[in-house]
Write a protein that binds this ligand. Structure first.
Ligand SMILES: Cc1ncc(COP(=O)(O)O)c(C=O)c1O
Length: 445
Protein backbone atom coordinates (compact mmCIF):
# COMPACT_ATOMS: atom_id res chain seq x y z
CA UNK A 1 0.00 0.00 0.00
CA UNK A 2 1.41 3.43 -0.88
CA UNK A 3 1.83 5.91 1.94
CA UNK A 4 2.12 9.68 1.71
CA UNK A 5 4.77 9.67 4.40
CA UNK A 6 6.02 7.41 7.14
CA UNK A 7 3.53 7.91 9.99
CA UNK A 8 6.07 6.57 12.51
CA UNK A 9 8.66 9.24 11.71
CA UNK A 10 9.14 11.51 14.73
CA UNK A 11 8.77 15.12 13.55
CA UNK A 12 11.29 17.80 14.47
CA UNK A 13 10.12 20.35 17.10
CA UNK A 14 9.89 23.11 14.45
CA UNK A 15 7.66 21.02 12.22
CA UNK A 16 5.16 20.61 15.08
CA UNK A 17 4.54 24.33 15.26
CA UNK A 18 2.00 25.04 12.47
CA UNK A 19 -0.62 22.61 13.77
CA UNK A 20 -2.83 24.48 16.27
CA UNK A 21 -4.03 21.58 18.38
CA UNK A 22 -7.60 21.52 19.73
CA UNK A 23 -8.32 21.57 23.48
CA UNK A 24 -4.57 21.22 24.12
CA UNK A 25 -1.90 23.22 25.84
CA UNK A 26 0.02 23.62 22.55
CA UNK A 27 3.19 24.96 24.16
CA UNK A 28 3.36 22.18 26.76
CA UNK A 29 2.54 19.39 24.31
CA UNK A 30 5.09 20.48 21.73
CA UNK A 31 7.88 20.40 24.32
CA UNK A 32 7.20 16.73 24.96
CA UNK A 33 5.03 15.41 22.11
CA UNK A 34 3.32 12.08 22.70
CA UNK A 35 2.48 10.85 19.21
CA UNK A 36 0.36 7.81 18.51
CA UNK A 37 1.20 6.18 15.19
CA UNK A 38 -0.73 2.93 15.04
CA UNK A 39 -3.71 1.23 16.65
CA UNK A 40 -5.10 -2.26 16.89
CA UNK A 41 -7.82 -3.75 19.10
CA UNK A 42 -7.31 -2.43 22.65
CA UNK A 43 -3.91 -0.87 21.95
CA UNK A 44 -2.17 2.14 20.48
CA UNK A 45 1.48 2.14 19.44
CA UNK A 46 3.50 5.28 20.17
CA UNK A 47 6.12 6.82 17.91
CA UNK A 48 8.81 5.32 20.17
CA UNK A 49 7.33 1.85 19.53
CA UNK A 50 5.78 1.41 23.01
CA UNK A 51 2.28 -0.10 23.20
CA UNK A 52 -0.39 1.73 25.17
CA UNK A 53 -3.59 0.15 26.49
CA UNK A 54 -6.46 2.41 25.42
CA UNK A 55 -8.54 3.20 28.50
CA UNK A 56 -10.67 5.85 26.83
CA UNK A 57 -11.60 4.34 23.40
CA UNK A 58 -9.63 7.08 21.66
CA UNK A 59 -11.88 9.91 22.83
CA UNK A 60 -14.94 7.94 23.97
CA UNK A 61 -15.53 6.77 20.39
CA UNK A 62 -13.77 3.53 19.36
CA UNK A 63 -16.36 1.30 21.00
CA UNK A 64 -15.59 -1.88 19.00
CA UNK A 65 -11.81 -1.50 19.36
CA UNK A 66 -9.31 -0.11 16.89
CA UNK A 67 -8.75 -0.78 13.21
CA UNK A 68 -11.56 -3.28 12.80
CA UNK A 69 -10.99 -5.07 9.51
CA UNK A 70 -14.66 -4.97 8.48
CA UNK A 71 -14.79 -1.19 8.92
CA UNK A 72 -11.49 -0.60 7.14
CA UNK A 73 -12.69 -2.71 4.20
CA UNK A 74 -16.09 -1.02 4.04
CA UNK A 75 -14.48 2.44 3.92
CA UNK A 76 -11.96 1.31 1.34
CA UNK A 77 -14.60 -0.32 -0.92
CA UNK A 78 -16.80 2.76 -0.76
CA UNK A 79 -13.88 5.09 -1.53
CA UNK A 80 -13.21 3.01 -4.64
CA UNK A 81 -16.88 3.05 -5.65
CA UNK A 82 -18.30 6.47 -4.64
CA UNK A 83 -15.91 8.96 -3.09
CA UNK A 84 -18.53 11.64 -2.57
CA UNK A 85 -22.16 12.33 -3.42
CA UNK A 86 -24.08 15.53 -2.64
CA UNK A 87 -26.97 15.19 -0.23
CA UNK A 88 -28.83 18.37 -1.20
CA UNK A 89 -31.67 17.46 -3.60
CA UNK A 90 -29.68 14.29 -4.33
CA UNK A 91 -28.61 11.16 -2.47
CA UNK A 92 -26.94 7.77 -2.45
CA UNK A 93 -28.37 4.44 -1.22
CA UNK A 94 -26.10 3.93 1.79
CA UNK A 95 -27.35 7.06 3.59
CA UNK A 96 -30.93 5.79 3.38
CA UNK A 97 -29.89 2.32 4.48
CA UNK A 98 -27.90 3.63 7.44
CA UNK A 99 -30.76 5.91 8.55
CA UNK A 100 -33.15 2.94 8.42
CA UNK A 101 -30.78 0.77 10.46
CA UNK A 102 -30.25 3.49 13.06
CA UNK A 103 -33.96 4.06 13.50
CA UNK A 104 -34.38 0.33 14.09
CA UNK A 105 -31.90 0.57 17.01
CA UNK A 106 -33.49 3.70 18.51
CA UNK A 107 -36.19 3.63 21.18
CA UNK A 108 -39.75 3.01 19.95
CA UNK A 109 -41.27 6.02 18.21
CA UNK A 110 -38.06 7.33 16.63
CA UNK A 111 -38.57 7.62 12.90
CA UNK A 112 -35.95 9.82 11.22
CA UNK A 113 -32.26 10.69 11.19
CA UNK A 114 -30.46 13.87 10.14
CA UNK A 115 -26.76 13.34 9.38
CA UNK A 116 -23.93 15.75 10.16
CA UNK A 117 -20.18 15.40 10.77
CA UNK A 118 -19.61 15.65 14.52
CA UNK A 119 -21.25 15.70 17.90
CA UNK A 120 -21.20 19.49 17.90
CA UNK A 121 -23.11 19.59 14.63
CA UNK A 122 -25.54 16.90 15.81
CA UNK A 123 -26.30 19.11 18.83
CA UNK A 124 -26.69 22.32 16.83
CA UNK A 125 -28.96 20.42 14.44
CA UNK A 126 -31.07 19.17 17.36
CA UNK A 127 -31.44 22.67 18.81
CA UNK A 128 -32.42 24.12 15.42
CA UNK A 129 -34.93 21.30 14.83
CA UNK A 130 -36.45 22.00 18.27
CA UNK A 131 -36.86 25.70 17.45
CA UNK A 132 -38.25 24.96 13.99
CA UNK A 133 -40.65 22.38 15.48
CA UNK A 134 -42.09 24.89 17.94
CA UNK A 135 -42.44 27.54 15.24
CA UNK A 136 -44.11 25.07 12.83
CA UNK A 137 -46.66 24.30 15.53
CA UNK A 138 -47.52 27.96 15.91
CA UNK A 139 -45.36 28.49 19.02
CA UNK A 140 -42.92 31.01 17.59
CA UNK A 141 -42.40 32.54 21.05
CA UNK A 142 -40.82 29.30 22.27
CA UNK A 143 -37.21 30.22 21.58
CA UNK A 144 -35.55 29.49 24.94
CA UNK A 145 -33.18 26.53 25.23
CA UNK A 146 -32.37 25.07 28.62
CA UNK A 147 -29.11 23.24 29.31
CA UNK A 148 -27.43 22.27 32.56
CA UNK A 149 -24.44 23.33 34.60
CA UNK A 150 -21.34 21.18 33.93
CA UNK A 151 -22.78 19.99 30.60
CA UNK A 152 -20.68 19.56 27.47
CA UNK A 153 -22.51 19.82 24.17
CA UNK A 154 -19.61 20.47 21.80
CA UNK A 155 -18.16 23.70 20.54
CA UNK A 156 -20.66 25.18 18.09
CA UNK A 157 -22.30 28.42 19.19
CA UNK A 158 -25.58 26.56 19.78
CA UNK A 159 -24.08 23.74 21.83
CA UNK A 160 -21.88 26.13 23.75
CA UNK A 161 -24.85 28.32 24.66
CA UNK A 162 -26.48 25.39 26.52
CA UNK A 163 -23.26 23.91 27.85
CA UNK A 164 -22.28 24.50 31.43
CA UNK A 165 -18.49 24.41 31.58
CA UNK A 166 -17.63 27.98 32.45
CA UNK A 167 -14.05 27.95 31.12
CA UNK A 168 -15.36 26.97 27.67
CA UNK A 169 -17.94 29.75 27.69
CA UNK A 170 -16.11 32.69 29.16
CA UNK A 171 -13.32 32.66 26.56
CA UNK A 172 -15.85 33.74 23.94
CA UNK A 173 -18.38 35.84 25.80
CA UNK A 174 -20.79 36.38 22.92
CA UNK A 175 -23.13 33.39 22.90
CA UNK A 176 -26.70 33.13 21.58
CA UNK A 177 -29.21 34.64 24.05
CA UNK A 178 -32.39 33.06 25.42
CA UNK A 179 -30.80 30.20 27.26
CA UNK A 180 -30.87 29.10 30.87
CA UNK A 181 -29.38 26.24 32.86
CA UNK A 182 -30.52 23.63 35.33
CA UNK A 183 -28.18 22.97 38.26
CA UNK A 184 -25.89 20.00 37.80
CA UNK A 185 -26.68 16.80 39.68
CA UNK A 186 -23.43 16.29 41.56
CA UNK A 187 -23.23 16.55 45.34
CA UNK A 188 -20.27 14.70 46.83
CA UNK A 189 -21.55 14.84 50.39
CA UNK A 190 -24.79 13.14 49.40
CA UNK A 191 -23.61 10.74 46.70
CA UNK A 192 -19.85 10.24 47.03
CA UNK A 193 -18.66 6.72 46.14
CA UNK A 194 -22.10 5.71 44.80
CA UNK A 195 -22.05 2.55 42.75
CA UNK A 196 -24.04 3.16 39.57
CA UNK A 197 -26.92 5.62 39.90
CA UNK A 198 -26.97 7.65 43.13
CA UNK A 199 -30.15 7.29 45.13
CA UNK A 200 -30.09 10.96 46.19
CA UNK A 201 -30.94 13.84 43.87
CA UNK A 202 -34.10 13.09 41.85
CA UNK A 203 -35.60 16.31 43.24
CA UNK A 204 -32.98 18.35 41.35
CA UNK A 205 -35.08 17.80 38.22
CA UNK A 206 -37.78 19.93 39.84
CA UNK A 207 -35.61 22.99 39.21
CA UNK A 208 -36.93 22.73 35.68
CA UNK A 209 -40.37 23.67 37.04
CA UNK A 210 -38.79 26.74 38.63
CA UNK A 211 -37.16 27.78 35.35
CA UNK A 212 -40.43 27.27 33.51
CA UNK A 213 -42.23 29.38 36.10
CA UNK A 214 -39.56 32.07 35.83
CA UNK A 215 -39.55 32.33 32.03
CA UNK A 216 -43.07 31.04 31.31
CA UNK A 217 -43.56 27.85 29.34
CA UNK A 218 -44.61 29.88 26.30
CA UNK A 219 -40.94 30.93 25.87
CA UNK A 220 -39.29 27.52 26.30
CA UNK A 221 -38.57 25.29 23.27
CA UNK A 222 -36.41 22.48 24.61
CA UNK A 223 -34.28 21.06 27.40
CA UNK A 224 -31.03 19.31 26.53
CA UNK A 225 -29.08 17.02 28.87
CA UNK A 226 -26.45 14.35 28.61
CA UNK A 227 -28.05 11.32 30.32
CA UNK A 228 -24.61 10.84 31.93
CA UNK A 229 -22.36 13.91 31.78
CA UNK A 230 -19.13 12.53 30.35
CA UNK A 231 -16.60 15.26 29.70
CA UNK A 232 -17.15 16.93 33.04
CA UNK A 233 -16.16 13.73 34.84
CA UNK A 234 -18.85 11.04 34.53
CA UNK A 235 -21.75 12.49 36.52
CA UNK A 236 -24.32 9.71 36.75
CA UNK A 237 -28.01 10.75 36.91
CA UNK A 238 -29.73 10.09 40.23
CA UNK A 239 -32.41 7.39 40.21
CA UNK A 240 -35.66 8.87 38.82
CA UNK A 241 -34.06 12.21 37.82
CA UNK A 242 -34.45 11.71 34.05
CA UNK A 243 -38.01 10.42 34.53
CA UNK A 244 -38.90 13.63 36.38
CA UNK A 245 -37.38 15.80 33.66
CA UNK A 246 -39.48 13.92 31.10
CA UNK A 247 -42.65 14.47 33.11
CA UNK A 248 -42.10 18.21 33.52
CA UNK A 249 -41.32 18.60 29.80
CA UNK A 250 -44.56 16.79 28.94
CA UNK A 251 -46.58 18.98 31.28
CA UNK A 252 -45.34 22.12 29.53
CA UNK A 253 -45.01 21.16 25.84
CA UNK A 254 -41.20 21.30 26.01
CA UNK A 255 -39.06 18.98 23.90
CA UNK A 256 -36.53 16.80 25.71
CA UNK A 257 -33.21 16.23 23.95
CA UNK A 258 -30.76 13.57 25.12
CA UNK A 259 -27.21 14.26 24.01
CA UNK A 260 -25.98 10.68 23.62
CA UNK A 261 -22.72 11.51 21.86
CA UNK A 262 -20.88 9.58 24.60
CA UNK A 263 -23.63 7.40 26.08
CA UNK A 264 -24.76 5.93 22.74
CA UNK A 265 -23.64 2.73 21.05
CA UNK A 266 -23.37 0.48 24.06
CA UNK A 267 -21.33 2.70 26.39
CA UNK A 268 -23.93 2.54 29.17
CA UNK A 269 -26.19 -0.25 27.92
CA UNK A 270 -28.40 -0.66 24.86
CA UNK A 271 -27.81 1.10 21.57
CA UNK A 272 -28.84 4.31 23.34
CA UNK A 273 -28.87 4.90 27.08
CA UNK A 274 -32.47 6.16 26.79
CA UNK A 275 -33.44 2.48 26.68
CA UNK A 276 -31.22 1.68 29.64
CA UNK A 277 -32.69 4.48 31.76
CA UNK A 278 -36.23 3.82 30.53
CA UNK A 279 -36.88 7.42 29.47
CA UNK A 280 -37.78 8.30 25.88
CA UNK A 281 -36.69 11.79 24.81
CA UNK A 282 -38.00 13.55 21.69
CA UNK A 283 -34.60 13.95 20.06
CA UNK A 284 -31.30 12.06 20.45
CA UNK A 285 -27.92 13.32 19.30
CA UNK A 286 -25.09 10.93 18.56
CA UNK A 287 -21.60 10.78 17.01
CA UNK A 288 -18.37 9.08 18.16
CA UNK A 289 -19.36 5.35 18.37
CA UNK A 290 -21.69 5.92 15.41
CA UNK A 291 -18.81 5.04 13.07
CA UNK A 292 -16.55 3.54 15.76
CA UNK A 293 -14.58 6.79 15.41
CA UNK A 294 -13.29 5.72 11.98
CA UNK A 295 -14.87 8.53 9.92
CA UNK A 296 -16.28 11.78 11.38
CA UNK A 297 -20.06 11.70 11.55
CA UNK A 298 -22.93 12.97 13.68
CA UNK A 299 -26.57 11.92 13.68
CA UNK A 300 -29.66 13.58 15.14
CA UNK A 301 -32.56 11.17 15.61
CA UNK A 302 -36.10 12.42 16.06
CA UNK A 303 -39.45 10.95 16.98
CA UNK A 304 -42.19 10.93 14.39
CA UNK A 305 -44.17 13.81 15.90
CA UNK A 306 -41.13 16.06 15.48
CA UNK A 307 -40.52 15.03 11.87
CA UNK A 308 -44.22 15.18 10.98
CA UNK A 309 -44.60 18.69 12.38
CA UNK A 310 -41.96 19.89 9.93
CA UNK A 311 -43.18 18.00 6.85
CA UNK A 312 -45.71 20.75 6.11
CA UNK A 313 -46.19 23.54 3.60
CA UNK A 314 -45.93 23.41 -0.16
CA UNK A 315 -45.05 19.85 -1.26
CA UNK A 316 -41.93 20.97 -3.12
CA UNK A 317 -40.67 23.31 -0.38
CA UNK A 318 -37.44 22.54 1.52
CA UNK A 319 -38.91 21.73 4.92
CA UNK A 320 -35.75 22.37 6.98
CA UNK A 321 -33.25 24.88 5.58
CA UNK A 322 -30.31 23.13 7.21
CA UNK A 323 -27.58 20.66 6.23
CA UNK A 324 -23.88 20.16 5.59
CA UNK A 325 -21.91 19.48 2.42
CA UNK A 326 -20.82 16.22 4.00
CA UNK A 327 -24.17 15.18 5.54
CA UNK A 328 -24.46 11.42 4.99
CA UNK A 329 -21.01 11.17 3.41
CA UNK A 330 -20.63 7.78 1.67
CA UNK A 331 -17.47 6.85 3.60
CA UNK A 332 -19.09 7.71 6.93
CA UNK A 333 -22.21 5.70 6.08
CA UNK A 334 -20.06 2.74 5.04
CA UNK A 335 -18.12 2.93 8.31
CA UNK A 336 -21.33 3.33 10.32
CA UNK A 337 -23.05 0.35 8.76
CA UNK A 338 -19.98 -1.83 9.26
CA UNK A 339 -19.67 -0.66 12.88
CA UNK A 340 -23.34 -1.38 13.53
CA UNK A 341 -22.91 -4.90 12.16
CA UNK A 342 -20.00 -5.52 14.55
CA UNK A 343 -21.94 -4.11 17.50
CA UNK A 344 -24.80 -6.47 16.70
CA UNK A 345 -22.76 -9.56 15.79
CA UNK A 346 -20.59 -9.29 18.90
CA UNK A 347 -23.49 -8.23 21.16
CA UNK A 348 -21.58 -5.14 22.22
CA UNK A 349 -24.72 -3.19 23.12
CA UNK A 350 -25.17 -5.52 26.10
CA UNK A 351 -21.49 -6.05 26.91
CA UNK A 352 -21.20 -2.99 29.15
CA UNK A 353 -23.95 -4.48 31.28
CA UNK A 354 -22.29 -7.89 31.39
CA UNK A 355 -18.92 -6.40 32.36
CA UNK A 356 -20.37 -3.78 34.69
CA UNK A 357 -20.14 -5.68 38.02
CA UNK A 358 -16.47 -6.50 37.43
CA UNK A 359 -15.77 -3.00 36.18
CA UNK A 360 -17.52 -1.44 39.15
CA UNK A 361 -15.58 -3.53 41.68
CA UNK A 362 -12.29 -2.73 39.92
CA UNK A 363 -13.00 1.02 39.93
CA UNK A 364 -14.16 1.10 43.55
CA UNK A 365 -11.12 -0.90 44.69
CA UNK A 366 -9.24 2.43 44.47
CA UNK A 367 -11.24 3.83 47.40
CA UNK A 368 -8.87 4.77 50.20
CA UNK A 369 -5.85 5.41 47.95
CA UNK A 370 -4.03 8.74 48.33
CA UNK A 371 -5.91 11.77 46.90
CA UNK A 372 -9.03 9.78 45.89
CA UNK A 373 -12.08 11.83 46.93
CA UNK A 374 -14.78 10.12 44.88
CA UNK A 375 -15.39 7.22 42.50
CA UNK A 376 -18.28 7.09 40.03
CA UNK A 377 -19.29 4.44 37.48
CA UNK A 378 -22.02 3.26 35.16
CA UNK A 379 -21.88 0.85 32.19
CA UNK A 380 -18.29 0.91 30.97
CA UNK A 381 -17.66 4.43 32.25
CA UNK A 382 -15.80 5.33 35.42
CA UNK A 383 -14.26 8.37 37.06
CA UNK A 384 -11.74 8.57 39.89
CA UNK A 385 -11.84 12.10 41.26
CA UNK A 386 -8.63 13.32 42.90
CA UNK A 387 -8.02 16.08 45.39
CA UNK A 388 -6.49 19.02 43.49
CA UNK A 389 -3.05 20.35 44.42
CA UNK A 390 -3.82 23.59 46.30
CA UNK A 391 -3.61 26.54 43.91
CA UNK A 392 -2.91 24.30 40.89
CA UNK A 393 -6.22 22.89 39.66
CA UNK A 394 -5.75 20.22 36.99
CA UNK A 395 -2.06 19.61 37.70
CA UNK A 396 -2.52 16.40 39.68
CA UNK A 397 -4.80 15.03 36.95
CA UNK A 398 -2.36 15.90 34.18
CA UNK A 399 0.61 14.44 36.07
CA UNK A 400 -1.34 11.25 36.69
CA UNK A 401 -2.29 11.01 33.02
CA UNK A 402 1.35 11.37 31.94
CA UNK A 403 2.63 8.84 34.46
CA UNK A 404 -0.03 6.31 33.43
CA UNK A 405 0.97 6.87 29.80
CA UNK A 406 4.59 6.17 30.67
CA UNK A 407 3.42 2.92 32.26
CA UNK A 408 1.50 2.00 29.11
CA UNK A 409 -2.10 3.03 29.88
CA UNK A 410 -4.05 5.87 28.27
CA UNK A 411 -6.34 7.30 30.95
CA UNK A 412 -7.85 10.72 30.38
CA UNK A 413 -7.67 13.53 32.89
CA UNK A 414 -10.51 16.01 32.90
CA UNK A 415 -9.30 18.54 35.43
CA UNK A 416 -8.32 16.42 38.42
CA UNK A 417 -10.70 13.59 37.56
CA UNK A 418 -9.32 10.50 35.84
CA UNK A 419 -11.92 9.14 33.42
CA UNK A 420 -12.17 5.66 31.93
CA UNK A 421 -14.22 4.71 28.87
CA UNK A 422 -12.47 1.77 27.17
CA UNK A 423 -13.46 -0.04 23.98
CA UNK A 424 -16.38 -2.32 24.85
CA UNK A 425 -14.31 -5.36 23.81
CA UNK A 426 -12.15 -4.95 26.92
CA UNK A 427 -11.35 -8.18 28.82
CA UNK A 428 -11.10 -8.56 32.60
CA UNK A 429 -7.27 -8.69 32.60
CA UNK A 430 -7.21 -5.36 30.75
CA UNK A 431 -9.65 -3.87 33.25
CA UNK A 432 -7.22 -4.97 35.98
CA UNK A 433 -4.28 -3.44 34.11
CA UNK A 434 -5.99 -0.08 33.72
CA UNK A 435 -6.94 0.31 37.36
CA UNK A 436 -3.72 -1.20 38.74
CA UNK A 437 -1.71 1.25 36.63
CA UNK A 438 -3.52 4.18 38.21
CA UNK A 439 -3.19 2.54 41.63
CA UNK A 440 0.62 2.31 41.24
CA UNK A 441 0.81 5.91 40.09
CA UNK A 442 -1.28 7.21 43.00
CA UNK A 443 0.74 5.24 45.55
CA UNK A 444 3.95 6.78 44.25
CA UNK A 445 2.93 10.40 43.73
C1 LIG B 1 -22.06 14.90 25.11
C2 LIG B 1 -21.26 15.48 23.98
N1 LIG B 1 -21.87 16.24 23.07
C3 LIG B 1 -21.21 16.76 22.02
C4 LIG B 1 -19.86 16.54 21.87
C5 LIG B 1 -19.13 17.16 20.72
O1 LIG B 1 -18.72 16.19 19.82
P1 LIG B 1 -17.61 16.56 18.72
O2 LIG B 1 -16.31 16.73 19.45
O3 LIG B 1 -17.64 15.38 17.79
O4 LIG B 1 -18.05 17.81 18.05
C6 LIG B 1 -19.18 15.76 22.80
C7 LIG B 1 -17.74 15.50 22.67
O5 LIG B 1 -17.10 14.95 23.53
C8 LIG B 1 -19.89 15.22 23.89
O6 LIG B 1 -19.30 14.49 24.83
Amino acid sequence: MSQIQNPSAIPSPASLDPYWMPFTSNRRFKQNPQLLVEADGMYYTRADGKRVLDGIAGLWCVNAGHRRREIVEAISCMAHQLDYAPSFQSGHPLAFEFAEQLVSEAPAGFSNVFFSNSGSEAVDTALKIALAYQRARGNASRVRLIGRARAYHGVGFGGLSVSGISSHRKAFGNLPPYTDHLPHTYNRAEMGFSRGQPTWGAHLADDLSNLVALHDASTVAAVIVEPVSGSTGVLVPPVDYLQRLRKICDEHGILLIFDEVITGFGRVGGAFSADFFGVVPDIITSAKGLTNGAVPMGATLVRSHVYDALMQGAPDAIELPHGYTYSGHPLACAAGLAALKIYRDEELFSRAQRMSPYWEDAAHSLKGLPYVVDIRNIGLLAAIELEPIPGQPGKRGYDCHMRCLEKGALIRATGDTMVFSPPLIIEKEEVDTLFSTLTDVLKNM
